[in-house]
Ligand binder design. Structure first.
Ligand code: NAD
Length: 260
């Protein structure tokens, strides 16, 4: 379905971004990966996911908190593949503390990585998408783009911002072949969430299993984690012709979290 298209997925060396990158590769898209840590094995796994289509996979290590590095990554992708057809803004970090104790440098980092990076990639990807008459911008927001939780001021503010950016981008592209939508996951068991489970277990002196059960029980009625594979399938749907007129939506996959 996506043969000949190129997807760039920020923060795709791990978790949800990697799941989405593999799902797009399996549909035939070339992929540009981004994120920290080891990436050779990650590249090989994405290449394997798209092996049936002979896709190409590349990597750029831009730090999403740095606009000049983001610009270098977008230029790299355009030079390597002609243009970015599918942009997935996924890179994100978390920090948990009450507002009065929130370290200002963590606030700045979360706003830069979780929100401003999506503005920079979007503004740089849009001209070529509009010229081509087709494009998909998928912002990985969060259920925290729709509702709040205590201790997560920067994250909730950034994710509400991502939802706002999604809607404005969708409106400005509404008469074109470019769409912009947001995915809002509930709990997904990635390294980002495992850290929160481990902290809960340590603070309360309980097992990791009990901390996991409590974490889900507090927010997610299904008592199940959403998986990167399920989120990848939703991203593929947004790229399909059936989603040509899906614009500016915030689609939660949250086990009923936001329905409460
Ligand atoms: P993760 O920690 O597994 O992956 C985060 C990715 O972002 C990694 O590839 C990491 O290297 C990259 N990254 C972090 N800082 C970066 C930076 N400055 N520059 C470039 N890359 C950077 O986390 P995840 O759970 O897969 O989260 C991915 C996205 O999904 C985030 O935006 C997160 O807010 C969102 N999300 C996660 C959950 C969840 O429950 N895990 C729920 C809702 C939304």
């Amino acid at each position: 379905m996506l043969k000949g298209k190129t997807a760039l997925v920020t923060g795709s060396t791990s978790g949800i971004g990697l799941g989405i990158a593999k799902a797009l590769a399996a549909q035939g898209a070339h992929v540009v990966l981004n994120g920290f840590g080891e990436y050779q094995e990650v590249m090989a796994s994405v290449r394997a996911a798209g092996a049936a289509h002979g896709i190409e996979v590349d990597y750029h290590g831009a730090d999403m908190s740095k606009p000049d590095e983001i610009a270098a990554m977008m230029a790299f992708a355009a030079q390597r593949f002609g243009r970015v057809d599918i942009l997935v803004n996924n890179a994100g970090i978390q920090h948990v503390a009450s507002v009065q104790d929130f370290p200002p440098e963590k606030w700045d980092a979360i706003l830069a990585i979780n929100l401003s990076s999506a503005f920079h990639t979007t503004r740089l990807a849009l001209p070529a998408m509009l010229e081509a008459g087709w494009g998909r911008i998928i912002n990985v927001a969060s259920v925290h783009g729709l509702v709040a939780s205590a201790q997560k001021s920067a994250y909730v503010a950034a994710k509400h911002g991502v939802v706002g950016l999604t809607k404005v981008t969708a409106l400005e592209t509404a008469t074109t072949g470019v769409t912009c939508n947001a995915i809002c996951p509930g709990w997904v068991l990635t390294p980002l969430v495992q850290k929160q489970v481990d902290a809960k277990a340590e603070q309360q002196g309980i097992s990791v299993e009990e901390a996991t059960r409590q974490l889900l029980g507090e927010k997610e009625p299904s008592m199940q984690f959403t998986t990167p594979e399920e989120l990848g399938a939703l991203a593929v749907f947004f790229c399909s012709p059936a989603a040509n007129n899906v614009r500016g939506v915030t689609w939660n996959m949250d086990g009923g979290w936001a329905a409460q």
